[in-house]
Design a protein around this ligand. Structure first.
Ligand code: MG
Length: 161
C-alpha cells in the first residue's frame, strides 16, 4: 500500500535569528522566527509525513503554546515523527521539497539540505529533492520578508490496500 502526503509552512524572516532551514544553518543576516527554531522546511516535511501516515499534524503533536517546544530543534521533532511513522508500519520512499524565499540563497545549500533531510529520514539522499524558488518580487514574502516551504512524501507499507 502507498500513501502520499503534503505539508506547507511559512515563517517570517527576522534579524538576530539563526537561519536554520532544512536542518542546516545558512549564512544569512535574518532567520525564521518561531516558537521552535522556525525551520519551515522541516516543518513542511513533518506535515507531509504525518499527513500521509494519518497522524496528527505538527501543531497538534508539538503545540506552540507548550514551553517544552520553545526553541526546539526541528531536526529532533522530525526524528520523533519518523519514529512514529515507522512504528505505524510505514517506510518513507521519497520526499520532495520546494522552498520559496527571497531571503537566503537556497541553491548553494541544496545538496547539504538533501543529505541532512535524508539522514534524518533514514533514506538515501537521492530519494530527497530540494528546490529553491524566487517569488518574483510578489506578495508578502517578497524581499526576504519570509520563507515558505512545501513538501510531498510517499510512504509504503506491506499492509494490503
Ligand atoms: Mg512552522
Amino acid at each position: 500500500m502507498m500513501r502520499v502526503g503534503i505539508g506547507f509552512d511559512v515563517h517570517r524572516l527576522e534579524p538576530g535569528r539563526p537561519c536554520i532551514l532544512g536542518g542546516i544553518e545558512l549564512p544569512h543576516a535574518t532567520g525564521p522566527a518561531g516558537h521552535s527554531d522556525g525551520d519551515a522546511v522541516l516543518h513542511a516535511v513533518i506535515d507531509a509525513l504525518t499527513g500521509a501516515a494519518g497522524l496528527p499534524d505538527i501543531g497538534t503533536l508539538f503545540p506552540d503554546d507548550d514551553a517544552a517546544w520553545k526553541d526546539a530543534d526541528s531536526a529532533a521533532l522530525l526524528e520523533e515523527v519518523v519514529e512514529r511513522v515507522r512504528s505505524a508500519g510505514w517506510r518513507v520512499e521519497n520526499v520532495d521539497v520546494v522552498i520559496a524565499t527571497e531571503g537566503p540563497r537556497i541553491a548553494p545549500a541544496r545538496e547539504a539540505m538533501r543529505e541532512r533531510i535524508a539522514a534524518l529520514l533514514g533514506i538515501a539522499s537521492d530519494a530527497v529533492n530540494v528546490k529553491g524558488k524566487s517569488l518574483e518580487g510578489l506578495g508578502a514574502l517578497a524581499d526576504g520578508a519570509g520563507v515558505a516551504a512545501q513538501a510531498v512524501c510517499l510512504l509504503s507499507s506491506d499492509q494490503p490496500a
